[in-house]
Design a protein around this ligand. Sequence first.
Ligand SMILES: [Zn+2]
Length: 159
Amino acid sequence: MSIYITSKCGHCNVKWEFLNNTRLDIKLGPPVIKCFHCNGLNKTKYKLYRDMNSFEKLWLYFQQTFLRFIFNLFVIGMGLGCIYGFLLMEGENGKNGLTEMLEIKNYLGIVIFSCMGMGPIWLGWSNLKSCFILDERIKNVEDVFDSNGGFVWSHEFYR
Ligand SMILES: [Zn+2]
């Protein structure tokens, strides 16, 4: 899943649009962004990892690895629960939802309930990997920031 983030230069008001593949919508980022349009330097609300205090560092890791992981497991669990509840769990008549829907030829129902389950499973599964990219992201931002000499170009952010 990709999300576009739009932000504005504080000097020339040009709009920056970023494709954020990693979706780390967090405090981590370059504290200074240089506008590709007017070369103006913009202060941001972001911080480099090395500039954070111990609490911020701890929270960043807790939130972006542990909480993120738990959340995605929960989403996967919801999908599994959906499939189990609607299709596989035996009702009072001893038949599960899948058998019943096959008997009355409710194929659309099978497709809909499968999608309701598979959607969250797929989403949670594909997002699980984002729990393991924090180290890389931290390093990437600091590397670009340092090699530019203290800023990140507006078009370099959120690659
Ligand atoms: Zn500008």
